[in-house]
Design a protein around this ligand. Structure first.
Ligand SMILES: Nc1ncnc2c1ncn2[C@@H]1O[C@H](COP(=O)(O)OP(=O)(O)OP(=O)(O)O)[C@@H](O)[C@H]1O
Ligand SMILES: [Mg+2]
Length: 324
């Protein structure tokens, strides 16, 4: 398994390549008309082996939808998702099985994502049963995953209700790593936890990345968390990428007006800081057809912004703005 991962490193293709991904949801249907909401609009990005890509954006910006599309929990409208060099739409039965094994997910709230009727052992064992791992190999794998997630064997006999929030999230992580995946979609994995516990979970995810070479799509509305954990960041607004680049570059010099508002006033190393992403006020401007999606909240928008900007490409950075 480790060899399999290492073989793909270096100059080989990224672990995950997402090209022009789009998804709209049907929100209203009458006899004459269907109304759709564009949740993800032409989104492209890569994740390398052993890399953490942070996805940040306000509520409703399409973060979870991207995660669900990658995991094939919902159908995309258009675009391509290439995992380990293969289009996930065209997998054979055995490739599909391997894809399911190589990808896993950790959700925000471990109270609802763990089955309350199962003990920790059964919760972590379940993916092994689904993937038909022989019974005599399962116990060792469960114990190892639980220990790797920072718990010990005494937890195996407990129910989720007998655990703290942080411990429950460790169980969710143990379950996510038990099949030795290459990619974990972590959808707000720390948002339901106390600040002190958040930091422990972040450290655990970083450790898993470093020791097991697991890649993460780390979804969060918490800029501090994303800034701390991610190698690269994409900033989403209404389903579109506003800016994409290396975390250190973006923190040093954000280029998109939205990213500037988000990250410029962020005090470094201050875990208790929270910035309300929806606090950016609307600026009174006449409605436009098409144009930049950030037009009505952008402090520097001008006539040219009535036209949709292209994604401008710089070295290690892409920015959706006429003024970048
Ligand atoms: N099944 C659905 N049907 C209709 N609209 C949906 C559906 N799922 C999501 N949406 C809408 O699509 C948009 C994007 O949703 P998504 O859950 O991806 O956002 P998000 O960035 O994860 O938000 P949050 O931070 O609140 O979790 C939202 O406006 C949401 O209301
Ligand atoms: Mg979400």
């Amino acid at each position: 398994m480790e060899k399999d991962k290492l073989k793909m490193e270096g100059n080989s293709p990224p672990l995950l390549k997402v090209d022009n991904l789009s998804k709209k949801y049907l929100i209203k249907k009458t006899l004459f008309k269907k109304e759709y909401f564009k949740a993800v609009d032409n989104v492209s990005f890569c994740i390398d082996y052993g890399e953490i890509l942070g996805v940040v954006g306000e509520s409703g910006s399409g973060k979870s939808t991207i995660g669900k599309l990658i995991l094939k929990l919902i159908q995309k409208d258009s675009g391509k998702i290439i995992f380990k060099g293969k289009d996930i739409d065209n997998l054979s039965k055995s490739e599909e099985k391997k894809f399911r094994k190589d990808t896993s997910v950790v959700f925000q709230d471990p109270r609802t994502s763990l089955n309350p009727r199962l003990k920790v052992y059964q919760i972590v064992e379940e993916p092994l049963i689904i993937h038909k791992i022989e019974k005599n190999k399962r116990k060792d794998k469960v114990v190892k995953a639980v220990i790797d997630a920072g718990l010990d064997e005494t937890f195996l006999n407990r129910f989720p209700s007998e655990l703290s929030g942080g411990q429950r999230q460790r169980v969710a992580i143990a379950r996510a790593i038990v099949l030795d995946p290459d990619l974990i979609i972590a959808d707000e994995p720390t948002s339901a936890l106390d600040v002190s516990v958040q930091l422990q979970i972040i450290k655990l995810l970083e450790k898993l990345k470093n020791e097991k070479n697991i890649s993460l799509l780390f979804i969060s509305h918490d800029l501090n968390v994303v800034g701390n954990i991610s190698d690269r960041i994409i900033v989403l607004y209404r389903g579109k990428i506003m800016e994409k680049g290396k975390t250190s570059d973006i923190l040093k010099s954000p280029k998109h007006p939205y990213t500037k508002i988000l990250f410029e006033s962020l005090p470094p190393d201050h875990p208790s800081h929270r910035k309300d992403l929806t606090a950016i006020p609307e600026i009174e401007r006449e409605d436009i057809e098409g144009g930049c999606v950030f037009y009505h909240r952008c402090p520097v928008a001008d006539e040219i912004c009535r036209k949709e900007p292209e994604m401008k490409k710089f070295q290690n950075r892409e920015v959706y703005c006429h003024f970048a």
